[in-house]
Ligand binder design. Structure first.
Ligand SMILES: *[C@@H]1O[C@H](CO)[C@@H](O)[C@H](O)[C@H]1NC(C)=O
Ligand SMILES: *[C@@H]1O[C@H](CO)[C@@H](O)[C@H](O)[C@H]1NC(C)=O
Ligand SMILES: *[C@@H]1O[C@H](CO)[C@@H](O)[C@H](O)[C@H]1NC(C)=O
Length: 275
């Protein structure tokens, strides 16, 4: 299988703000708005595929130590074998008719909800008010709204396409996927949740993302990867985020793995007439 741009072992989504030179036929804002919720490539299920993984992480210099789960000693391999299969949509693997365009991709969530020991800040300031604490979903909406206003004011939509990468979920709570018990996390999970529905429902930030994007005057393409990632409780490093097997990381993702699918769908979204 020929692997197109974006499916190599580098991971553009590891940055909060990533500037890439890419290809787009999506200069006209009405086209982009109709694409926002017009594609169902973010709905589907994971299927076992013998031809996976798409690359060998041990031969990839871009995979960070915390994400190379095989090198860190993860014993199971089936998590590498799942291909995302959207409902009623075939992900293209090659494109043509390329035009140059700047694409900016934004994403934020996890640091908004970290509390107690993990909280990275002392106070929140809004105008001349400071808060010791604030409902995190409320704070997230305020922050994202500020971002959206900056985009509307500063980005030239004739030349630049704006993407928002949906929330990346963590798996610390087995009750969400029907394995209750304090101790059930992503550790020792070796298979995705079957089907197209995540029993734990949506993440509190998801409606906020949709609301803020819809209020914008610019059109932003939502790479809505939350559900497909929620279905991958097996995709995190768990004990294999380091060679010492310290801690349980159910928040980042192993590479090869789920972020490659994000890249693949991003690639599909910049191809002409994919909807
Ligand atoms: C805080 O800002 C508001 C609105 O800008 C202003 O009306 C108010 O006087 C300010 N308060 C103080 C204590 O500076
Ligand atoms: C775990 O998930 C369940 C089901 O979604 C939820 O009711 C519960 O509050 C969650 N527990 C924690 C500690 O977040
Ligand atoms: C995960 O598997 C290891 C090895 O089989 C075992 O020692 C450990 O108790 C398991 N952990 C959980 C949380 O089930």
């Amino acid at each position: 299988m020929h692997l197109p741009f974006g499916i190599h072992c580098n991971n553009v989504f590891r940055f909060l703000i990533t500037l890439v030179v890419a290809v787009s036929s999506c200069f006209v804002s009405e086209v982009c708005s109709s694409m926002l919720n017009g594609c169902n490539m973010f709905q589907g299920s994971w299927v076992y595929d013998e031809s996976y993984p798409l690359y060998d992480s041990s031969k990839c210099p871009f995979v960070g130590g915390g994400f190379d789960c095989q090198r860190n000693g993860r014993p199971d391999k089936s998590y590498l074998k799942y291909r995302w299969s959207p409902t009623g949509f075939k992900i293209p693997s090659r494109g043509d008719a390329w035009k140059k365009a700047d694409v900016v991709i934004f994403n934020t969530w996890h640091w908004w909800i970290h509390a107690k020991k993990l909280q990275p800040w002392d106070k929140i300031q809004e105008g001349n008010m400071t808060y010791k604490d604030l409902d995190r979903v409320v704070a997230f909406e305020k922050g994202l709204t500020t971002w959206s206003q900056w985009i509307d004011k500063n980005i030239n939509h004739q030349t630049t396409q704006v993407y928002y990468l949906g929330i990346s979920p963590s798996h610390y709570n087995g009750t969400e996927w029907g394995s209750p018990g304090k101790k059930t996390t992503c550790a020792n999970q070796t298979t995705p949740t079957a089907g197209s529905v995540y029993p734990g429902g949506q993440i509190s930030g998801q409606p906020v993302v949709r609301k803020v994007l819809h209020k914008m005057t610019s059109s932003v393409y939502l790479l809505d990867v939350t559900l497909l990632s929620q279905l991958r409780k097996d995709g995190h490093p768990s004990h294999y985020g380091n060679k010492e097997h310290k801690g349980v990381d159910c928040s980042h993702w192993c590479n090869a793995g789920v972020p490659d699918t994000w890249n693949h769908l991003f690639y599909a979204s910049i191809l002409p007439r994919h909807c």
